[in-house]
Structures are given as C-alpha cells and as structure tokens.
Design a protein around this ligand. Structure first.
Ligand code: FES
Length: 425
C-alpha cells in the first residue's frame, strides 16, 4: 500500500505489506494510560502568592516505545495521526491495521538497539536537569516542575495533563505551564501535531466542554516555545559533538572530513504546502557551520524517505554511498533535527547507513542526549521565554500557505491568546 506521509516515518516502520485487522487508537491510548505514567513530581501549591511560580515545564516530542511490548501501541498511534500520515476518513481504522502488520519487524529493530527507545529516559533527564538550572536563573518563576508529553508513546499528553491536575495545577487552581517543543525546527507534522493534541486534551479536560462554561476560571495558563533552530546554545552543543568526532581523525586529514547533516525528510507535497521545517533545518546547519568557521565541506541530506511519492532529498543513505564510491571515505553524519538518540540514529544511521558503508572513516557525531551545554541551552531558552511573557512566537500565528486545516486554525488561535488570535491567518 502506498501512502503519503507529511513527515518522514522511519523507513523501518513502513517496510512490509499491510493487512486489515487491529486495535483502535483509542483503546491503545487507554492501555498506555494504564501502563505509562507521567514524570512524578512532588505536589505543588498553586495558591502561593507573591511569586509567578510554580511553573510546569512540559517537554513535547514524538516519543518511542521504551520496551518491545510497547511497539504496537506506538505504531498504532503514529499511523492514526492524520497530521503525520494523512489516510483520509478511514485513518483511525487503517492506521492501526498498518501498524499491526509491521509490529514484529519493528520489535526486532528495537531489540537490536537495546530493547527499546532511549527517548523517554533522555527526555525526562533533560527536563529535570533543565528545571534545576531554571530554579537558579529564573527564581521568580520557580519552582519549575518537569513533565514529558509524548505524541505516540507513554507518557501521553492526556497522562501528563492528569498529572498536572494531581500536582495542583488547573482544575480551578490556575497555574502556569509552558509547552516546550523538543523539535528545534518547526514542522506542522511534528510540533504542530503535538500542539493539536495538547489543544484537544486541554479543551476536553478543562475547556468549554469540561463544565459548560466558555472559559472556566482557574484553567492552566499555557504558553508555547515553538521553535529554536538557531539558538546559540543549541548550535554550540552540536558544534562540540562534531569537534569531538573530528578529533578521532588524524590531524592532517581533519579539515577534509565531509560533514553530512541528516534530518528527517518530508514529502514534497508538504514542502510545497509551505511547511517551515526545511528552512529551519537549513538555518541550524548554517549556524553550526558558522560556529565551526566553515572549516569542513558539508551537505544537508534527508533520511527515512518512504513510498513512491516525491520526497525532499538527497537521501542520506544515497549520499553516503555516492561519496564513498567517489573515494571520499571520511564522513561524519550529524543528526541535526533530534535532541536525543532514537531509532533513526541508533538503527537507521548506525546499523544501516554506516554499517553498509563498510568503511572506518564513516562515523556519526554523538546525539545531544546528556550534553550539559545542551541542557544549559534549554534552560536559557526557557528563561528567556518566561521573562518575555510571550505566549508563542509570532511565526506561530502564520499558517502554511496551503493549509486548509480548521484544527490548525483553532489551535493557533488558542495558543496565540485573545490578544493575537486575530493575527492567525
Ligand atoms: Fe501548516 Fe496547517 S499545515 S499550519
């Protein structure tokens, strides 16, 4: 079955034939709610006046199965997401069916990278460490409480929201929460999808439908950090990891090593709709190269292309093969659009692309993971956001030129706030 995905689905998720038969995304959500718990934090008191805190800091990302048993639920949600993979009116039926068909193959791949995705471990660590720093550099909004909300794996958005209630936020008590995307570069398929999900659950749990009021008093006040592609701390963290890998080459060869920045691809239909992601990824690459003083030749390439439709290229695997064939065997792959390891780095790059290159000069820069420079950058971005008092970036108020989604419109109006809702076009 061929279909078009607005964001690069890991190639390994899409290999194989589809069949009909599977569980619904809703039941998957419920199962995940039962098993997956949001980050546990001590209760907070919302009525502590005289301070702008406490502040809930919510990291949003796609997530990944922490164990092989979670793979089917993860895939079911992923294929049920029309923002990521538009399958039309039958999305909620077809998506889980495709997922079920692929589950055993993908389980093997997660087994090969250690039994599950490390993204939850890294996200919870990064968020908790960032909050500790924020308590010091932004005492007026302290204490900062860490939460993680994944789009396709535990802890899901609704689980995180219930945890906020349990910790004393919202439900009439108010309080402030910041939705901090962990996709540095904005795509409507990634950050946009996470915000659509957050908006949906906010409305269900404490919006108009929660108690019949138009805007119930004491709801959580949300703001959004929606993109940060060229933040100096992010750039520094990437640059340091590249420099560390460059040092593994003999000094006389070091400047000739080609840097291959690799990001998820997008179907050209999404690019042509006006998605901001390609331009923002390019901005990150340029900023990193500027920091490295353009000492090495470099290219940006795109991974995880699937299906027969046209995708943004050149593909990472083809790029590596082509350069190696030409005799350029010193290459460093740099995952530039994710903030921690996941299956696309640990399996697709390490066990497929680099393994197939079969050359010791082809290597990968470490992912940001526990980089203290990166975590400081997260804290700086969050502090600046809190101090500015902005609800979201101005860029968030502009929909893609080709967007016809009422959900995008409603979500953006909500997060832009009453003052700027009229600017959303
Ligand atoms: Fe980009 Fe709707 S698809 S704003």
């Amino acid at each position: 079955m061929a279909f078009r995905s607005p964001f690069a689905i890991p190639r390994q998720l899409l290999v194989g034939t589809t069949s009909l038969g599977g569980r619904s995304a809703i039941s998957s959500r419920l199962r995940c709610n039962q098993r997956g718990l949001a980050t546990v934090v001590p209760p907070v008191t919302q009525d502590a006046t005289g301070s702008k805190g406490p502040t809930a800091m919510v990291f949003m990302n796609m997530g990944g199965p922490s164990t092989t048993d979670e793979v089917e639920d993860f895939l079911s949600r992923l294929f049920a997401d029309g923002d990521l993979i538009p399958l039309g009116r039958l999305q909620s039926y077809i998506g889980p069916l495709i997922a079920r068909r692929r589950t055993s193959k993908i389980q093997k791949q997660y087994a090969d990278i250690g039994g599950g995705s490390p993204i939850r471990k890294w996200s919870e660590y990064q968020c908790a460490e960032m909050c500790k720093l924020l308590d010091k550099i932004s005492p007026e909004t302290a204490p900062h409480k860490p939460y993680v909300a994944f789009r396709y794996a535990a802890p899901l958005t609704e689980t995180m929201y219930e945890q906020l209630f349990a910790d004393g936020f919202g439900n009439g008590k108010g309080g402030r929460a910041v939705a901090f995307t962990q996709y540095p570069q904005y795509s409507c398929s990634t950050t946009g999808s996470s915000l659509n999900e957050l908006w949906k659950w906010r409305n269900r749990l404490e919006g108009k439908r929660a108690n019949g009021e138009s805007e119930p008093a004491g709801a959580i006040q949300w703001s959004v950090i929606d993109r940060w592609p060229s933040h100096s701390g992010l750039v520094e963290a990437f640059a340091q990891n590249i420099e560390a890998q460059l040092k593994t080459y003999p000094e006389e060869k070091r400047d000739q090593v080609v840097l291959l920045f690799s990001a998820h691809s997008l179907p050209m239909s999404v690019v042509n709709r006006g998605d901001p992601y390609p331009a923002e990824v390019a901005a990150t690459v340029h900023a990193v190269m500027q920091r490295l003083k353009f000492k090495n030749p470099y290219r940006l390439c795109w991974q995880s292309q699937v299906g027969p439709s046209a995708w943004l290229g050149a593909q990472t695997s083809d790029t590596v093969q082509e350069y190696v064939k030409r005799g350029q065997t010193d290459l460093i792959l740099v995952p530039i659009a994710f903030t921690s390891d996941h299956i696309e780095t640990l399996y697709e790059l390490d066990q497929e692309v680099i393994h197939e290159a079969n050359n010791p000069g082809v290597k990968r820069a470490e992912s940001l993971n526990g980089s203290p420079v990166f975590i400081q950058a997260l804290a700086d971005i969050a502090r600046d956001h809190l101090q500015k008092g902005e609800l979201c970036s101005r860029q968030m108020t502009l929909r893609c030129q080709g967007c016809t989604s009422e959900r995008c419109l409603g979500q953006k109006k909500f997060f832009a706030g009453q003052e700027h809702a009229s600017m959303v076009v």
